[in-house]
Design a protein around this ligand. Structure first.
Ligand code: URA
Length: 436
């Protein structure tokens, strides 16, 4: 069938057959589907949707568009976590060594940040020497030796998503549940994992603007993944204010190490523990949340999780001395503090996560386009979180900056992102639901 015939079917609101979905994905990789034809079909999918069956076929075709990793030599349960992305979300850096210390193997393949959200690979690369590309042999050996690896997906894996995601980014076709499901799961299910835990974020700082849309995405992801034979659960988590207190690559590494030392901020640890407990249960290590939580807390208290992060850094060529000496990370010499003028004691009622992410981007911590160069040293430090009391003149954010111009731009963005009120706000739970 010609590309234009497949496009016309979807344009007219008809379901595609499995063969048509597969022809699209193989055509994207071979070039038989030209970019303008792929873009037209993507837009038709955004507007007309896809049935769960079509979404499943699309996910499978994406997964099979390149190399699929198999890890039969790994005897531990192999479980990964994926987050739909947020601001200050450094959970992966804490979670991988933590659940590895509790008996899982974590073959984590992550992405880079784009726009206001950060990426795990960028954070790890703030550590001097850290390599996020490993040969297949080195990757497998590392999983056998220390039960965790954190790398980028190689170019031969899920090539269809590489092409389609770039097109979606510039054709306003990212916001579609079937396209998001097939993109995320196509990549994750090619990793050779036994089970998957998803952190589906919703709110101003997330992809999904509200709880209802977050829930819809979480339910679709869990259903498609389970239909492909992977035990999967999702936590629905709020992303209204940044997670933790640090935004920016070196700063987030520091905060992750603090967490592994047992000195992490409450909100970040709440999400991390909840996701880790899900992983331990799906992996069959523990059967109750209480048992899983006890094991996780013991791994932090004993230092086993921190030792695991040290091993991970060393195994991937990084300088593990950063753990004991944060000055070995690239950091800024210049800092300034930002507050909001008031004459009386107030409470922080909102810290708009998206604007914080954009302010960090203006400093150089994130990418505006895929070829932007990241400065690992710059970022933002939240001195107050939502619900905290603020005395007149007290600062709320510390900006770590390289040059005055970017600092002024970030400061201007932050002025509209910080909200104060005369009474303490009521804050909803961070982990809103579990979907399995
Ligand atoms: N992340 C992905 O990998 N793909 C999407 O479509 C959206 C978020």
């Amino acid at each position: 069938m010609l590309p234009q015939e497949i496009i016309a079917r979807k344009r007219d609101g008809l379901a595609l057959t499995r063969a048509q979905v597969e022809a699209f994905v193989t055509g994207v990789v071979s070039g038989d589907f030209k970019d303008y034809q792929s873009s037209a079909l993507l837009m038709a999918i955004v507007l007309k949707g896809m049935s769960p069956e079509e979404t499943g076929w699309l996910t499978e075709a994406m997964m099979r568009s390149g190399r699929i990793v198999e890890l039969p030599e790994i005897t531990r349960p192999k479980v990964d976590k994926h987050s739909t992305g947020g601001v200050g979300d450094k959970v992966s850096l804490i979670l991988a060594p933590l659940v590895a210390a509790c008996g899982l193997c974590v073959p984590m393949m992550s992405g880079r940040g784009l726009g206001h959200t950060g990426g795990t690979l960028d954070k790890l690369e703030a550590i001097p020497g850290f390599r996020t590309e490993l040969s297949d042999a080195a990757y497998r050996q590392q999983l056998q030796d220390i039960h965790q690896a954190m790398i980028g997906q190689s170019a031969d894996m899920v090539p269809a998503d590489r092409k389609l995601y770039a097109l979606r980014d510039v054709t306003a076709t990212v916001e579609s549940i079937p396209l998001i499901c097939s993109s995320i799961l196509g990549k994750k299910l090619a990793e050779g994992i036994d089970a998957l835990v998803l952190d589906v974020k919703f709110g101003h700082g997330a992809f999904m603007p509200n709880e209802a849309s977050g829930r819809e995405l979480a339910e679709a992801l869990v259903a498609i993944s389970a239909s492909m034979g992977k035990p999967t659960s999702a936590l629905l988590t709020r992303m209204e204010q940044p997670l933790g207190r640090m935004i920016g690559n070196s700063l987030e590494v520091i905060e992750a190490i603090d967490c592994l030392r047992g000195e992490g901020p409450e909100d970040l640890m709440e999400v991390t523990y909840a996701l880790c407990a899900e992983m331990l249960m799906l992996g069959g290590i523990h059967s109750t949340v209480d048992d899983a939580m006890a094991a996780l807390k013991a791994a932090i208290q004993s230092g086993a999780a921190l030792a695991g992060f040290r091993e991970l850094i060393a195994a991937q060529g990084g300088d593990p001395r950063v753990i004991d000496d944060y000055k070995r990370l690239p950091l800024c010499e210049s800092c300034c503090e930002v507050g909001v003028e008031s004459t009386e004691t107030m409470y922080v009622s909102g810290l708009d996560a998206r604007s914080f992410g954009e302010a960090a981007c203006l400093l150089g911590a994130g990418r505006v386009s895929t070829d932007s160069v990241i400065d690992p040293a710059v970022g933002l430090e939240l001195l107050k979180k939502v619900g905290d009391r603020v005395q007149p003149g007290e600062p709320i954010v510390r900006i770590h900056y390289r040059d005055e111009e970017s600092c002024a731009a970030a400061e201007a963005r932050l002025q509209t992102a910080i909200h104060l009120a005369s009474a303490a706000p009521s804050v909803g739970p961070l982990v809103v639901d579990r979907i399995s």
